[in-house]
Ligand binder design. Structure first.
Ligand SMILES: NC(=O)c1ccc[n+]([C@@H]2O[C@H](COP(=O)([O-])OP(=O)(O)OC[C@H]3O[C@@H](n4cnc5c(N)ncnc54)[C@H](O)[C@@H]3O)[C@@H](O)[C@H]2O)c1
Length: 341
């Protein structure tokens, strides 16, 4: 298939592009390139791609494409809360526009990178499945719910949107993100000897390795239409339904000499949910996640050491909010996060 991969120069896109290519697909990228230079280790070999803002996509960008994998977004709660109206413009309106253009161009499958954050304040210890009530607690998560709703309205006999509700990712990507929990805790542990937890450690956080997300998207791309058409899927594995305190414990084991410090200074976190991932396994027989949190912590520690992660890079280059703030302060992007020409 010829696959348009938006967000191909992000954390997940950089891991997903080679997985899709290895499966025999022709990958074409589309990304504003906001974090294209935020690389740890050797520069990745990107697929051919266009530097385009999602808000400026035209029919030309989806012409001749068989499937769209849509990852491009302001990708976490702090970014969403920085500028909620921009989050709705980019994550919601521009995503739905892209989907309409894709449908009009005859694209048959549209895999949308949603998130388990849509369950938000589910709370409790019960497993939440895809039909659980959605209780987003941030503009970021709300934007994902709105896109799912609008894509559902576009689904028809020829156009199959699929809502891939990813757990929180972890693991090494050349375009690292240090602002997601496991990647962050391993970095802290290596750089300071402390596995620093600012919440009280009790919230549940389902995790999934970036490579397992990539494999799940690759599988959903070629799954029979009736198995995935207009359906939501939680992407992850029950073994990686862990509390923040448990994650911290795994990190301390992976980084010898480090110690867990739970400050609780950020108070209770309303985002807490344990997730049931069985629907995707049933829809795509044979698929299962390969990575555990423990193995991911060891992989990250090795990669950080091998590539000489510094505190400066950890706090600035690999923290999405810090990168955008710096670009805005330097005047390289305007206040709508578009590149200044
Ligand atoms: N990483 C996770 O833990 C996780 C979990 C669940 C869902 N997701 C979703 O997966 C997707 C990818 O996440 P990621 O971790 O790779 O994030 P990321 O921030 O590393 O990548 C997002 C990419 O989108 C691009 N982008 C942002 N605004 C754009 C715009 N206006 N026009 C064009 N490109 C734009 C950025 O340049 C970047 O390359 C996002 O939609 C995110 O919400 C991620």
């Amino acid at each position: 298939m010829r696959v348009l991969l938006t967000g191909h120069q992000g954390y997940l896109g950089t891991v997903m592009a080679p997985v899709l290519a290895a499966a025999g697909h022709e990958v074409v990228g589309l990304d504003a390139g906001l974090f294209a230079d935020c690389v740890l280790g050797p520069a990745p070999a990107d697929p051919p791609g266009r530097r385009v803002d999602l808000r400026d996509v035209t029919a030309d960008h989806v012409a001749g494409v068989d499937a769209v994998i849509h990852l491009a977004a302001l990708s976490n709660d702090p970014l969403g809360s920085l500028a909620p109206e921009l989050t709705y413009d980019i994550n919601h309106h521009a995503s739905v526009r892209l989907a309409r253009l894709a449908r009009d161009a005859g694209v048959q499958r549209f895999l949308y990178a949603s998130t388990c954050s849509v369950y938000g304040a589910a709370g409790g210890d019960a497993l939440v499945a895809e039909d659980a009530p959605l209780r987003p607690v941030t503009p970021y998560a709300e934007s994902k719910v709105r896109v799912e709703d609008d894509l559902h309205a576009l689904a028809d006999g020829d156009f199959s949107p699929v809502y891939m509700r990813n757990a929180t990712a972890f693991g090494f990507s050349p375009r690292l993100r240090a602002d997601i929990v496991l990647n962050n805790l391993v970095g802290h542990a290596l750089l300071s000897g402390e596995v620093l937890v600012l919440s009280d450690g009790t919230p549940w956080r389902p995790l999934v390795h970036a490579a397992d997300i990539a494999r799940a998207f690759a599988a959903a791309l070629v799954a029979p239409r009736e198995a995935v058409h207009d359906r939501a899927f939680n992407i992850g594995s029950e073994v990686n339904n862990v509390t923040v305190a448990e994650i911290a414990g795994q990190v301390a084991e992976a980084v010898p000499g480090s110690e867990v410090v739970i400050t609780g200074e950020n108070g209770a976190d309303p985002r807490s949910y344990r997730v049931d991932f069985s629907r995707f396994r049933a829809a795509v027989p044979g698929f299962d996640c390969e990575w555990t949190v423990k193995r991911g912590a060891l992989e990250l520690a090795d990669a950080y050491r091998a590539h000489g992660l510094t505190r400066e890079a950890f706090e600035r280059r690999f923290t999405r909010l810090a990168v955008l703030r710096a670009a805005s302060d330097a005047g390289t992007v305007d206040d709508t996060l578009r590149w200044r020409r």
